[in-house]
Design a protein around this ligand. Structure first.
Ligand code: ASP
Length: 444
């Protein structure tokens, strides 16, 4: 049995909902469907979730949120009318407007796109609507309660007859407040449902053919990755490959359920399979041999370089450096070190916070020298194939050298399936293109 999750573009208008219905109808294993709120119908359009955030903010500022809410209503009535779907949304609209007007929370407002989307989809498919608030639980501090959620979801969905549609993105705290995941969080809901029902596969239907070897905005038509391991996925999505929410592997990883990313608008495309790392390493899954699986990266990091004589003998130096960052609630990305030097790299903070950090480092760590380097990009070259392949690092450096890119930092993960390189932001695109050319165009 499968769980199918459809993203915002797949839920954007009547035509895309028809596609969704065809996909579900053609698959006898499709029992559980998780949906996003309607997304953009074309470039320049506004996602329903953003309209709802707008309603909340306008109401908060004492303004008239009805105008933004009327746009939400129209998005849904257009879909329902065009599909001839037998559902009356008026009572739902009334209730939501009443709640927002009464001061409902931001998360409540934002979640209503998924809520309505699932009501419409359930009516259209003839499936049961299951409200995510009854199965996805958070504690009162807002932390996701994975085990209770799993238990409840399994229990509730076991009773469903033909099939169920569940809204993505949100759940409820123990105290009864609606709480959302971070943006794009319907992917996480899909994974939660897949785990709870013990799905054979979690299909994540979106508007691209799958994960690309690198960012298609930088390299034209990069290859689609046929298979990724959970570990490679985590690395690539953390570093900016944003096809799936970076947290969506956690629930399915517990039961080794594969995720398959597919394109609603090109269902014939094979998509990308994401499989359990251990099953891939043991040979249960095989793919075309290649040195690297993908390249991803992010701009706008800051490095603080510290030098101090005899740093190697000073116990607690690294801890003091990290305590300063922790006080500012900043998590570090990398911390390469030499005998008397240590560099810490983190996402750029504001000017004033950066200055405070430098000052505190001077006071707490008493370095001989401290240097700040801004505008760095981190690029991850990821793939299990690197482990057994000689010359991978040489090719990375050669590719970047040929493109005239200066490498500012190198970090090879201890498990040897990723190499992280820091370059200047101005070199970022050039570096990605050079690495792609080196590994994709010249792969033997
Ligand atoms: N609708 C939400 C968003 O736009 C969640 C999702 O689509 O996954 O972020």
């Amino acid at each position: 049995m499968k769980v199918l999750k459809f993203g915002g573009t797949s839920m954007a208008n009547a035509d895309s909902l028809r596609q969704v219905r065809d996909i579900v109808a053609a698959d006898s294993l499709a029992r559980f469907v998780v949906v996003s709120a309607p997304g953009k119908r074309a470039a320049g359009d506004t996602k329903v979730t953003d309209l709802l955030y707008d309603c909340y903010r306008t109401r908060r500022a004492g303004g008239d949120f009805e105008k933004a809410f009327a746009r939400v209503e129209k998005r849904f009535t257009d879909i329902v009318d065009a599909l001839g779907c037998d559902v009356d949304l008026q009572p739902y609209f009334k209730q939501i407007a009443y709640d927002i007007d009464g001061g409902a929370s931001e998360d409540y407002a934002a979640s209503r796109g998924e809520y309505l989307s699932a009501i419409v989809m359930a009516a259209y498919l003839g499936y049961t609507f299951i409200d995510a608030k009854d199965i996805v639980k958070f504690d009162d501090d807002g932390a996701f309660d994975a085990e209770l959620t799993n238990e409840l979801t399994a229990r509730v969905l076991r009773r469903v007859g033909k099939g169920a549609v569940i809204p993505g993105f949100y759940g409820q705290t123990h105290g009864g407040m609606i709480k959302t995941f971070s943006r794009g969080g319907s992917d996480v809901t899909g994974a939660i449902v897949a785990r709870a029902v013990g799905a054979s596969v979690y299909e994540n239907w979106t508007d691209v053919d799958g994960f690309m070897t690198c960012d298609p905005r930088i390299v034209e038509n990069p290859r689609v990755i046929e298979m990724l391991t959970y570990r490679e996925l985590r690395e690539l999505s953390y570093m900016g490959a944003n096809v799936l929410h970076p947290e969506s592997i956690f629930p399915v990883r517990k039961s080794d359920i594969p995720i398959r990313v597919r394109n609603t608008f090109r269902p014939e495309a094979p998509g990308t399979m994401i499989v359990a790392t251990n099953k891939f390493l043991s040979g249960e899954y095989t793919r075309r041999a290649s040195t690297i699986t993908g390249i991803a990266g992010k701009k706008n990091f800051t490095a603080v370089h510290l030098e101090k004589q005899m740093m190697n003998n000073e116990c607690g130096f690294g801890r003091r450096v990290l305590s300063v960052l922790e006080r500012h609630n900043i998590s570090f990305e990398h911390m390469p070190s030499g005998i008397d030097t240590l560099t810490v790299i983190f996402e750029a903070a504001s000017e004033s916070v950066t200055n405070e950090i430098l000052e505190e480092l001077r006071l707490d760590c008493r370095p001989d020298r401290i240097e700040l380097v801004r505008n760095l990009s981190l690029i991850a070259v990821v793939g299990h194939g690197m482990r057994s392949k000689k010359g991978t690092a040489m090719r990375i450096f050669q590719g970047l050298y040929k493109a005239g890119v200066n490498i500012r930092m190198i970090d090879q993960g201890s498990s040897e399936y990723n190499v992280i390189i820091a370059v200047e932001d101005a070199d970022y695109e050039n570096a990605i293109r050079a690495l792609y050319a080196e590994f994709e165009e010249h792969e033997e």
